[in-house]
Design a protein around this ligand. Structure first.
Ligand SMILES: CCCCCCCC/C=C\CCCCCCCCCC(=O)SCCNC(=O)CCNC(=O)[C@H](O)C(C)(C)COP(=O)(O)OP(=O)(O)OC[C@H]1O[C@@H](n2cnc3c(N)ncnc32)[C@H](O)[C@@H]1OP(=O)(O)O
Ligand SMILES: Cc1cc2nc3c(=O)[nH]c(=O)nc-3n(C[C@H](O)[C@H](O)[C@H](O)COP(=O)(O)OP(=O)(O)OC[C@H]3O[C@@H](n4cnc5c(N)ncnc54)[C@H](O)[C@@H]3O)c2cc1C
Length: 593
């Protein structure tokens, strides 16, 4: 038939994701971990033969797999995972075991009820020696009955803060045997006789985590752009109060405070989107390099993905909350769509590496660079960190008339990142000279180390935003985006003003100048705000929001939404006369006596 709907191609990743997303919503679905973590693990950690066997079946959804790493007792410190996989050369099998309560796998998405396979991270023992955590591809449930296999205890961990459409689960192994070839063998291997062959880089097993950290950056852009769309649209129909007495009530979007609350979230959403594209490209390139035997970019990718993940999830959480509050009372209703987006987005501050831990990972990388700088070494043509080696201007120049492509603003961010990085490095060295060991000194500097990472990530986000806008050739689009860029950059200057003022780099006057540029940008963005968010072309079913409806018919639909609540199916609730009615009747009778 000419107009028959085309079937979804389940082997097409983008098509599948879009389909899942529209049919099952944003708070997760049974295939989430299968698509986002299990398949990437197969792609990057299975050897050729394993891929040939597992990948087509995974793409075709002949099984559903999850990523089971975190345990009840350990999520961050992977060295202390307790699940063991002990090789038995006699049978050429691994024996998987959960020796303690705290070794119970806990949290993996879709593990509870949906998955019948899992990528399981377990401490690998062979020939009496532990080689650290390695991934294994393990069948959990019978393919026909879906019952757990012998020796496996599996279930759901119960309701959570949000994402309750995902069956996050628990899992225990009681000496479960799995073939030798169920170990992912692209990097490390165990030979039939039990000899261990180490990988070229011992963190290559962690590539699925790196993938999600990179993906999260665009994910957070999505959440911010969606919620600022809701807030802008609602603020453009909500009228309350007057700016000019007697001139009638204004749209709340006309208040400067409202613009200052919402527009920076829009600008950050765009910034995250552009950096999200950058880091995904870097991820793909690095994985290609690894396939060709070049692992040199692995530390850079790890450092950038950890820092971006931590900063963007934190800012998304704060930004979403601003959008909610900008919608007043109705923002607190589920009809706004905010509770759903908020509870999904804040999960990302924790999963895939707790944010502080991620900031500190990037800081490790920064400290190596600081060491090289202090040793007088030259930069190594690394676009992301080379600026740290260069001396910038001694004073801030943001208020100079000629600031081609915001060079002066970028140099301010660079100055702060450089100063913070070198200062905390010097402190680390000094503490060690005073007798602290490295780990103690590190802990004493941890807050400042996190600040160094944030300053570095801010520099990266800002530079990427400037460079990407510069590439746009359509002048009408460019000019609108330049307004958002202006807002973004000066907003970030004020956000880190303490650091810029602290060493006298920026003056109080320049701080005032940055604020002036923010207010100027808000004014320029206001007339285009609704068109900007409309241009994202989100469908109403994506926003899940009565307030953010594209047609702006908020009030009549809010009433319909409330009337359709299950509580309103009957005028009088069935148990009214049994409890509250009875209570009031008895009270009335008593007061008559
Ligand atoms: C259009 C739709 C949009 C909708 C919106 C969607 C929004 C979201 C978008 C996408 C999300 C998809 C949904 C996903 C659902 C949720 C999934 C959640 C899954 C999980 O949470 S899985 C579990 C994640 N767990 C963790 O992240 C654990 C955190 N811990 C670690 O990573 C590590 O242990 C550590 C980094 C803390 C330290 O590692 P460790 O092994 O102990 O190593 P060290 O000895 O400390 O370090 C040695 C050395 O190695 C370096 N290193 C560590 N990790 C890596 C790595 N991955 N790559 C490269 N190098 C690494 C480390 O820095 C050290 O380096 P150095 O010695 O300094 O040189
Ligand atoms: C919604 C959701 C989905 C998840 N999905 C999965 C999944 O599919 N698969 C899976 O395997 N796991 C999953 N997880 C688990 C998740 O990856 C971990 O919870 C996360 O990595 C944090 O680890 P933790 O719980 O051990 O936190 P902890 O490490 O116990 O964190 C507690 C506090 O200690 C601090 N802390 C810990 N170590 C350090 C340190 N070295 N330095 C400074 N501070 C430190 C942290 O900053 C934090 O403030 C999921 C979690 C959530 C919330």
């Amino acid at each position: 038939m000419e107009h028959a709907p085309k079937a979804i191609d389940v082997t097409n990743d983008v098509e599948m994701r879009t389909f899942n997303f529209f049919t099952m919503g944003i708070d997760g679905h049974p295939l989430g971990l299968h698509l986002d973590m299990a398949i990437p693990t197969i792609l990057n950690n299975a050897d050729e033969e394993q891929q040939k066997d597992w990948l087509p079946k995974a793409a075709n959804r002949e099984f559903i797999a999850t990523y089971a790493q975190t345990e009840m007792g350990h999520g961050t410190n992977l060295k202390k995972l307790e699940t063991t996989a002990t090789y038995d050369p006699k049978t050429q099998e691994f024996v998987l075991n959960s020796p303690t309560i705290t070794s119970t796998k806990w949290w993996p998405g879709n593990l509870g009820k949906s998955s019948n396979y899992a990528v399981v991270m377990a401490q690998l023992y062979t020939q009496g020696k532990c080689h650290g955590a390695h991934p294994f591809f393990v069948q959990l449930r019978d393919l026909n009955t879906h019952k757990p296999l012998k020796g496996i205890t599996v279930g759901d961990i119960g309701p959570k803060f949000g994402m309750n459409t995902v069956d996050n689960g628990f899992l225990q192994f009681d000496h479960v045997r799995t073939p030798r070839r169920s170990m992912f063998m692209k990097h490390a291997k165990v030979l039939p006789d039990g000899r261990y062959v180490p990988p070229v880089h011992d963190k290559l097993n962690y590539s699925a985590m790196v993938f999600i950290r990179a993906a999260i950056v665009s994910g957070m852009a999505y959440h911010l752009l969606v919620t600022s769309t809701i807030a802008v649209r609602y603020s453009a129909i909500r009228r309350q109060g007057e700016i000019t007495p007697g001139a009638g009530e204004v749209k709340v979007l006309d208040y400067q405070t409202q613009q200052h609350r919402i527009f920076p979230q829009l600008a950050r959403g765009l910034a995250f989107r552009l950096s999200g594209q950058y880091i995904m490209k870097l991820y793909t390139q690095t994985m290609d390099d690894i396939r060709n035997g070049d692992i040199s970019a692995v530390p850079d990718l790890h450092a950038l993905s950890c820092g971006l993940k931590a900063v963007t999830t934190h800012h998304a959480a704060l930004g979403l909350e601003q959008c909610r509050m900008a919608c007043g009372g109705h923002g607190y209703s589920q009809a706004s769509g905010f509770p759903l987006h908020y509870s999904v987005a804040v999960g990302a501050c924790t999963y895939e590496g707790e944010n502080m831990v991620m900031l500190l990972q990037t800081a490790r990388h920064l400290m190596k660079i600081a060491k090289a700088i202090r040793a007088g070494q030259s930069p190594k043509s690394n676009k992301i960190v080379d600026y740290l080696f260069h001396k910038g201007p001694p004073k801030c120049l943001i208020d100079q008339a000629y600031d081609t492509n915001y060079r002066n603003v970028l140099e301010s961010f660079e100055h702060l990142a450089r100063r913070q990085t070198l200062e905390v490095y010097d402190k680390l060295v000094q503490l060690q000279q005073q007798g602290r060991n490295y780990e103690q000194a590190w802990n004493d500097c941890a807050v400042e180390l996190c600040k160094a990472t944030r300053a570095h990530v801010r520099t990266f986000l800002a530079r990427t935003f400037v460079e990407e806008i510069d590439k746009i050739s359509d002048l009408s689009i460019k000019s609108v985006l330049q307004d958002l860029l202006q807002l973004y950059l000066y907003y970030e200057v004020t956000e880190c003003a303490t650091g810029l003022l602290e060493d006298g780099f920026m003056t109080g006057q320049q701080h005032k100048y940055a604020k002036k540029k923010i207010y100027e940008a808000l004014e320029k963005i206001r007339p285009n705000a609704v068109s900007i968010v409309d241009s994202f072309d989100f469908q109403d079913r994506e926003l899940h929001s009565v307030l953010g409806r594209r047609d702006g018919n908020v009030y009549e639909n809010l009433l319909k939404w409330a009337q359709s609540s299950p509580l309103n199916k009957t005028d009088v609730l069935p148990f009214h006369h049994k409890y509250l009615g009875k209570m009031m009747e008895e009270a009335r009778q008593r007061s008559k006596i």
